[in-house]
Design a protein around this ligand. Structure first.
Ligand code: HEM
Length: 441
């Protein structure tokens, strides 16, 4: 039942995004690849932004990504040397946005090492929170909620807009061929004077803003969730540590090509994405206007025109029919021998990146970034949850699993993407491997 709903709603051109998607992205006035209700416009934009995310583009970008991940690892080392606990949500958010800034504009935001632009993650968290309120209840914009949001935003919004403008204009000043980022691929498609007031109302602006959030605000959740579950599940932790430590001889060998063979690593990431999907809620759809007049049938039911429909990703990922013992972190389910039909249904029910023509364009990049962070962390360190109440930050609320024996789940708050806290971890360097990090600096 559930699977036919997923296919009928998402793997089709008969549906599209409802107009309320326009509320995603603070102050955007133009549709972009994520929000476009017109499927034709969507296809054109998808081809355009997709150029920055092909396998070839990703290979060219990978050394830049690895440099940023090495900064994350060095920050973990410095927290260990100072006997501090490392707050993964905070550090992964900075890492994600630093990588997204470089991928989008070739601009180094330096959030991981410098405080200057750290208002940006705060602004994006507030922005996605309010955008998701407006997505569920668009009329809220017209009433008092909107006013509260605008006031809370005002202080951060203008510096954020100025920084975006600076990122765009500094890119435009460079040679077109100089970089492999999104802008090098798409800027020529939009004619806009970046120094003019029109920039903030342009298609280019809308795509650039979306890209920064899509790439920067999602991977923090996959990274945090994997760390959370590994720090609480000794067997998967040990099995993964063994895989990483026997596959590589040296931390600098860890790259996109070499981690591709680490099957258990991928299983640990998939299991975290299943239990704590970064876009955990319902991705709303409605019938595409160009197909009105044809019946839209979902799981045998005719859906009246104008009705918004969708499947909740978190619920699907916890459906016992597809994922038995669904509140337990068990990466083995992804690698063990199973009846082929059972395995196929489980795979089909796993949709953290959604599916169909509007599915995530950055899936390969998300896996690459998450897997590299986890592999490098386990190469250089052992880690465990901080002691006492700090170590419990990020755990789900007791009693939320409707009478089941309580198991710890990484708590997400649905804001279209996700808000979360922790885990706070204690990192312990492994032997002298950390000395390589100084050499690679
Ligand atoms: C773990 C990380 C990620 C997750 C779970 C994720 C999930 C998703 C989901 C569920 C959608 C569909 C949204 C909808 O239907 O409204 C989406 C769309 C999209 N994502 Fe991701 N994403 C991740 C990382 C990334 C990264 C790193 C990029 C890189 C730029 C990216 C770029 C995009 C784009 C451009 C779209 C719009 C695609 C379209 O409408 O054609 N995502 N993502």
């Amino acid at each position: 039942m559930w699977l036919s709903q997923v296919v009928d709603i998402y793997r089709t051109d008969l549906t599209t995004k409802p107009k309320a998607y326009m509320t995603l992205g603070p102050g955007l006035t133009k549709y972009n690849v994520l929000t476009a209700p017109d499927n034709h416009l969507h296809r054109t934009r998808r081809q355009l932004v997709g150029q920055a995310l092909t396998d070839r583009s990703l290979r060219a970008f990978e050394p830049t990504m690895i440099k940023q991940i090495d900064i994350f690892i060095r920050n973990a080392l410095s927290s260990a040397q100072r006997s501090q606990y490392f707050n993964i949500t905070e550090e992964a958010r900075r890492l994600g946005l630093d990588i997204a800034g470089l991928l989008s504009f070739g601009y180094d935001l330096r959030l991981q090492t410098d405080e200057q632009h750290r208002f940006m993650p705060t602004m994006l968290t507030a922005g996605t929170f309010w955008s998701s309120v407006f997505l569920q209840y668009p009329n809220a914009r017209k009433f008092r909620f909107g006013l509260i949001a605008v006031q809370a935003f005002r202080k951060l919004h203008e510096p954020y807009l100025s920084l975006m403008q600076k990122m765009i204009s500094s890119h435009m000043a460079e040679e077109k061929e100089a970089k492999h980022d999104l802008f090098s691929h798409i800027a020529h498609a939009f004619s806009v004077d970046v120094e003019s007031d029109g920039l903030r109302d342009s298609d280019l602006w809308s795509e650039a803003n979306l890209f920064l959030t899509a790439a920067g605000d999602t991977v923090k959740t996959s990274i945090s969730a994997v760390f959370f579950y590994l720090s609480r599940n000794a067997d998967p932790y040990q099995k993964l540590a063994d895989e990483i430590r026997t596959t590589f001889q040296n931390g600098s060998e860890i790259n996109g090509q070499t981690i591709a063979g680490c099957q258990y690593l991928r299983a640990c990431v998939d299991e975290a994405l299943r239990m704590s999907p970064p876009a955990a809620g319902i991705l709303w759809r409605e019938q595409a206007s160009e197909t009105r007049g044809q019946p839209l049938i979902v799981d045998g039911h005719v859906i009246p025109e104008g009705t918004v429909i969708g499947v909740n990703i978190y619920s699907l990922h916890h459906n016992e029919e597809y994922f038995p013992d669904s509140f337990t972190y068990r990466p083995e389910r992804w690698v063990e021998e199973l009846d082929p039909e059972v395995k196929k249904r489980m795979r089909e029910a796993f949709i953290p990146f959604s599916i169909g023509p509007r599915g995530c364009a950055g899936k390969s990049m998300a896996y690459l970034e998450t897997c590299l962070v986890i592999a490098k962390s386990l190469w250089y360190f052992d880690f465990e949850a901080a002691p006492g109440s700090l170590g419990r930050v990020g755990e789900g609320q007791p009693g939320m699993e409707l009478g089941r024996e309580r198991k710890e789940e990484f708590q997400l708050y649905d804001t279209f993407t996700s808000m979360h806290e922790g885990p706070y971890l204690k990192f312990q360097p492994r032997g002298n491997y950390w000395k390589d990090l100084a050499k690679n600096e």
